[in-house]
Design a protein around this ligand. Structure first.
Ligand code: PRX
Length: 645
């Protein structure tokens, strides 16, 4: 029996949403979506109010529109509208990599910085609809750059600072960015990240980029190209401190964020203005039970969707105090998170299971020596949280006092979809529990048959839907329909498997496609394979995930070398370094097995099911192998398997 954690009485007293409200609001959100969202859309300030609410079709030429005739500006909603009431309140608490380095930025100061950068961007010729690539560390300027794009109507595409020059170049080329905003170097765990040097390398193959703005973070020695590269500080200091936000349609694009799928290159997930902001701010308020004055900390990087929705847009639209952390959980030591919690009196803390698991290893003392008495609520995101990690998080970090919201969602969904509401939902460790307003989960079997009751199946979402959903894949609407709406016609297919229990709670079991989740980062196995086969000594490669104690999943690569090449330890290291260079450190294979052959059907299709089983060390249950062209291949793979744990 799963232990049930009811809403603590102390928490219930102040909670924004109780069980009765959840039930009433949920019913209305799915039965009368126009009425429900028509009301909640008013949480934003509109220049021209909308008269239409929802125009959504998951069939045919899929089209998703919300608040379509309204106009607004996202930056004005995150900044200008707060100035009268909370201009002098902190908007961002920035905590540097070095524990002695932190600062508070008020709404007024942030507004001014955004206005200055908006003027600089306009002077550089950036117009509404233009794409701007942001490749920055976790510094305040990252939020400023996002908001300045929103203010002038440019579409930002943030590329995580851990991606390689090649990966960065691919993402710049796909959306033809005209401006790149970067820093001289990043700083993480005391180590420097050569951001500007990476940009220089990437731009050797990107012809669309006219200008590069460079923030001085470390003062490290970098090369500036005359006419193309400009110091951020110099231009913003000279620029005007006021700027009129551009009026945007609710369905004008706000940002593109590249994410991995089961096939091909990363996809440019496109989110738009009105629906996205409405949903990000609403989920931020209710899932985190955010009250005026609370200090809220999401430990993600702005390079991922969690950073977009729950460090910047959701919290700032709500006038919240959001903490931005430049460093890593284990620097200077494994107590850092909790020291930051005490230093800034954090009330709401949101992190990933992989971080929790790696801190669990360091022992309770690293947590217990800090107070954490300010904490009221904990959150988890990015991958399934195993009950053991959940219970440790609850007992050790939260002193048995703080509810945990295990939030399931995706880059594509823009905001949290399945989650407890902490004042309403009794918790079960390991379950993301119940759908948020407007979200209608549907379980289907492999043939697309809808399954009722307590079952396990593929997780789909039915209409009416929620306003924060992605609208298209940038430049490829056909692929959008094919990827998400063709597997089970009429439904959005998430790519995840799930179990629904007798209480209607959802337990996400992980991806059912060729996407793996490494430390909460999404990776397409096809991407790692194509990086491997690009190496001159590799003939063929197949990549699968396998269970990894800290990372959730690790990357397991089967590699067939070109005839005559020697499988040496040195070459193994070279291949790992090669993938790091091609994609970035997050794609490094954990295990590489030399495979004289790969298991294939007679028609030449790699049988990944078998490779997954061997990687999981579960080779006793290979299932049907009768279609194998050459069964001896499998015997060799089992004998030389790399994971024997
Ligand atoms: O498999 C699910 C897993 O992460 C995938 C989405 O990854 P990404 O687009 O990078 O977004 C991550 C942050 C929202 C999902 O398809 N996932 C995310 N959150 C959870 C999760 N799996 C289980 N439980 C979660 N809370």
């Amino acid at each position: 029996m799963t232990e049930l954690f009811p809403v603590p009485a102390e928490f219930a007293k102040q909670a924004l949403i109780d069980e009765k409200t959840y039930q009433e609001w949920y019913a209305r959100s799915v039965n009368d979506p126009d009425g429900f969202w028509g009301e909640h859309g008013k949480r934003l300030d509109w220049i021209k109010p909308y008269t239409k609410v929802k125009e959504v079709s998951y069939t045919g030429d899929v089209s998703i529109n919300w608040f379509a005739d309204g106009t607004l500006n996202v930056a004005a909603n995150c900044l200008d509208r707060h100035l009268a009431k909370r201009g002098d309140q902190t908007a961002i608490i920035w905590e540097g990599d070095d524990p002695n380095d932190s600062k508070h930025v008020t709404y007024r100061e942030l507004h001014e910085q955004v206005c200055r950068l908006s003027n600089v961007m306009t002077d550089l010729g950036v117009k509404k609809g233009d794409r701007v690539t942001i490749y920055l560390p976790m510094i305040v300027e990252a939020a400023v750059a996002m908001l300045a794009c929103a203010r002038v109507g440019a579409i930002h595409s943030i590329v995580f600072g851990g991606f390689s020059p090649d990966a960065l170049a691919g993402r710049i080329q796909d959306c033809d960015s005209s401006l790149v905003i970067t820093a001289d170097e990043g700083l993480r765990g005391g180590r420097k990240v050569p951001l500007k040097a990476n940009v220089d390398k990437a731009l050797e193959t990107c012809w669309s980029v006219k200008n590069v703005l460079v923030v001085k973070r470390t003062g490290g020695n970098i090369h500036m190209v005359t006419g193309r590269d400009h110091w951020y500080e110099e231009l913003t200091a000279k620029a005007g401190a006021t700027h009129t936000a551009v009026e945007m349609n609710a369905e004008d694009p706000l940002f593109i964020l590249y994410t991995s799928g089961s096939t091909g290159k990363p996809k440019g997930v496109l989110h738009t203005t009105g629906g996205y902001l409405c949903y990000a701010s609403m989920t931020h308020q209710y899932v985190f039970d955010y009250h005026e004055g609370d200090v809220y900390w999401c430990t993600a990087d702005v390079g991922w969707v969690t950073g977009h929705s729950y460090i910047v847009y959701g919290p700032l639209a709500n006038g919240a105090i959001t903490l931005m952390f430049e460093g890593i959980p284990t620097y200077p030591d494994a107590s850092r998170f909790w020291q930051v919690v005490d230093k800034h009196k954090v009330n709401i803390f949101y992190t990933a299971p992989t971080a929790i698991r790696s801190l669990m290893r360091e022992g309770e003392e690293m947590v217990k020596k800090t107070s954490r008495s300010s904490l009221r609520l904990l959150g988890s995101v990015g991958e399934p949280i195993n009950p053991e990690a959940w219970l440790w998080y609850h007992r050790v970090v939260g002193d048995n006092r703080c509810p945990i919201v295990d939030t399931w969602w995706q880059t594509e969904t823009g905001g949290i979809l399945i989650t407890p509401l902490p004042g309403a939902t009794a918790l079960k460790p390991g379950s993301a529990t119940r759908p948020f307003f407007g979200v209608k989960p549907v379980m289907v079997d492999a043939e697309g048959k809808v399954l009722e009751g307590a079952v396990e199946g593929n997780l789909c979402l039915a209409e009416p839907g929620w306003p924060g959903q992605m609208r298209t894949i940038f430049g490829d609407h056909k692929r959008f329909g094919e990827t998400y709406f063709s597997t089970y016609p009429g439904y959005y297919f998430t790519g995840d498997g799930a179990r629904r229990d007798e209480d209607g709670y959802y337990w996400i079991t992980g991806r059912v496609d060729d996407v793996i989740n490494v430390s909460g980062h999404r990776m397409g196995t096809a991407e790692v394979e194509s990086a491997l086969v690009a190496h001159p000594k590799v003939a063929e490669a197949a990549v699968v995930g396998y269970p990894h104690e800290i990372k959730g999943q690790g990357i397991y690569a089967y590699v067939t070398l070109i005839q005559g090449e020697e499988p040496t330890e040195e070459l193994r290291k070279e291949l790992v370094a090669w993938v790091r260079k091609e994609i970035g450190p997050i794609a490094s294979p954990d295990l590489i097995q030399w495979s004289p052959g790969l298991p294939k059907t007679r028609s030449g299709k790699i049988m990944r099911r078998i490779l997954r089983k061997i990687a999981e060390n579960e080779f006793g249950a290979l299932g049907d192998t009768s279609t194998l062209a050459d069964p001896t291949v499998v015997e060799d793979l089992i004998e030389n398997r790399m994971n024997r744990g």
